[in-house]
Every structure is written in C-alpha cells, then in structure tokens.
Design a protein around this ligand. Structure first.
Ligand code: ZN
Length: 85
C-alpha cells in the first residue's frame, strides 16, 4: 500500500483525514506496517502486511490486533498507547 494511496483514506465513521505513521516499508513509499489514527474519534487502524484494517468496531478482533500493538508499542504516540491498551 503506497503512502500516496493511504494519505487519501479517511475515517469510515466521521470522514476525518487520518494521520499516517509508517513503521516499516517494503521498498521506498510502499508501506508494510503502519498505523492510521483518526484525530476526531481517536480510532486506530493498523496497517498489517500492507493492508489497512478499517472495519466496523464489532468486527474487529482485538486478539488479532494485539500482537501488532505489542510489537510497535515503542513507536506509538502516547494517545495511541492509551487507546490500544
Ligand atoms: Zn474517526
């Protein structure tokens, strides 16, 4: 998923522009793992294997997302950490 494409995504709930944080890239400008954060509702959308996880709350699986947040804990902003735990 390219930075350009991801920068066009907005929050599915309130249509706010999402803040993109890149953790790893497969090649320059091709994001492998990262995080999209909504400044309005504070939801976090992890990007796992290049795919942004943007699904309704009740379909999200905390169990599947947990390893991602543990792995990147040191990279998360303070607000993101509070939200993820
Ligand atoms: Zn939002």
């Amino acid at each position: 998923m390219t930075t350009h494409f991801l920068s066009k995504l907005c929050c599915p709930f309130d249509k706010s522009d999402l803040h993109l944080q890149v953790f790893t890239e497969k090649e320059p400008d091709l994001i492998h793992e990262g995080l999209l954060a909504c400044p309005t509702c504070n939801r976090l959308y992890p990007i796992i294997h290049g795919v942004p996880i943007m699904i309704p709350d009740n379909y999200r699986e905390a169990q599947l997302e947990q390893p991602f947040f543990v792995k990147w804990e040191s990279q998360l902003s303070l607000e993101a950490k509070e939200k993820a735990t």
